[in-house]
Write a protein that binds this ligand. Sequence first.
Ligand code: SAM
Length: 101
Amino acid sequence: MGIDQDPEALEAAREYLSTACPDTAWQLALGNFAKIEEIARKNGFEQVDGILFDLGVSSHQLETSERGFSFNQPGPLDMRMNPDIAVKAADLVKRLKQRRA
Ligand SMILES: C[S@@+](CC[C@H](N)C(=O)[O-])C[C@H]1O[C@@H](n2cnc3c(N)ncnc32)[C@H](O)[C@@H]1O
């Protein structure tokens, strides 16, 4: 099974796997790795032989400027990997207090 908190990443994986491994029944779940045990159990996995993590930000997220991860293209200060989360990076920055050095 595969887990990602970005629905666009899951959609890309679904599309790729349907042609690369059409005979394998992949389970793809939207969720945060913080809840990996709960997600795995919900999908019928009690014991596993291994887990492969490819952590971080994807090139798709970096290259989609409107998502706010880009270093070299203008975009909103969003940075949510899961767009269903209400709080954007801009909201967090606004809450910070300014401290003078
Ligand atoms: C380096 S990318 C992996 C890209 C993927 N392996 C591929 O080849 O397209 C890291 C992925 O981890 C996801 N991610 C980062 N932190 C996560 C978390 N805490 N829970 C779930 N997914 C997370 C991101 O949304 C991103 O799609």
